[in-house]
Ligand binder design. Structure first.
Ligand code: PRP
Ligand code: URA
Length: 211
């Protein structure tokens, strides 16, 4: 169990728990894995966006004018490639006007260090709320590096949306980025000797892309 940490929210919902169980199941095929990763991203979006700033507005309904609400700034969805891609469509279903940043990172499986191989950012990073997206938080190397890349380009408001985490990854991430809340569906037991999350769900990118 992770230590009580106000900056880590484990989202509990029967449909999230059901989809996560399907994703964990080694016999789940690629098509079903894709469907449930999208569903779970959609179901977790409200928790990942609950603190977005809003302001009041007036709106004219067909009957009369009334109070409304708009977001005060743009939202950017920032998946860590490859596996983060699997959660983007679910988020965009809920925030259709969000723009998308791409952060290409892969973990060197011998050193466990993240390697950056691609980056593409919208120009308005510094005025936006950014949802950093990666289904797996293992050692934390990839998500720490991605958050640093975003901050180096001016990002100051970031939430990390994750699916399966572990105590070591959470601690490592918050040691570097204490200002970034983690929203996750599960804090698993730990890491095996290859730094895979146990029980986890295996290699998320391979399972999503069928590689
Ligand atoms: C996986 C996963 C995370 C990272 C987590 O990506 O999607 O990005 O590992 O591990 P960490 O917390 O120890 O850095 P991977 O490097 O396997 O690349 P892929 O998504 O392209 O398969
Ligand atoms: N990357 C994954 O995809 N799964 C893990 O368990 C660890 C790193």
């Amino acid at each position: 169990m992770a230590k009580a940490n106000p900056a880590v929210q484990t989202v509990e919902h029967p449909l999230i728990a059901r989809s996560l169980t399907i994703l964990r199941d080694a016999s789940t095929d690629t098509t079903t894995f894709r469907r449930h990763l999208k569903i779970i991203a959609q179901l977790m979006t409200p928790a990942a966006t609950v603190s977005l700033a809003t302001k009041n507005t007036r709106v004219q309904t067909p009957l009369e004018e009334t109070e409304g609400s708009v977001l005060t700034g743009p939202v950017i969805v920032a998946p860590i490639l490859r596996a983060g891609i699997g959660m983007v469509d679910g988020l965009l279903e809920m925030i259709p006007d969000a723009t998308v940043a791409h952060i290409g990172l892969c973990r060197d499986e011998s050193t466990l260090e993240p390697k950056v191989y691609y980056q593409n950012y919208p120009s308005h990073l510094s005025q936006s709320h950014i949802i950093l997206v990666d289904p797996m938080l293992a050692t934390g190397g990839s998500s720490i590096a991605a958050a640093t890349l975003l901050k180096d380009r001016g990002a100051s408001s970031i939430t990390f949306l994750n699916l399966v985490s572990c105590p070591a990854g959470i601690d490592a991430f918050h040691a570097q980025h204490p200002d970034i809340a983690i929203v996750t569906a599960a804090v698993d037991q730990g890491l095996d000797d290859r730094a895979y999350i146990v029980p986890g769900l295996g290699d998320a990118g391979d399972r999503y892309f069928g590689t």
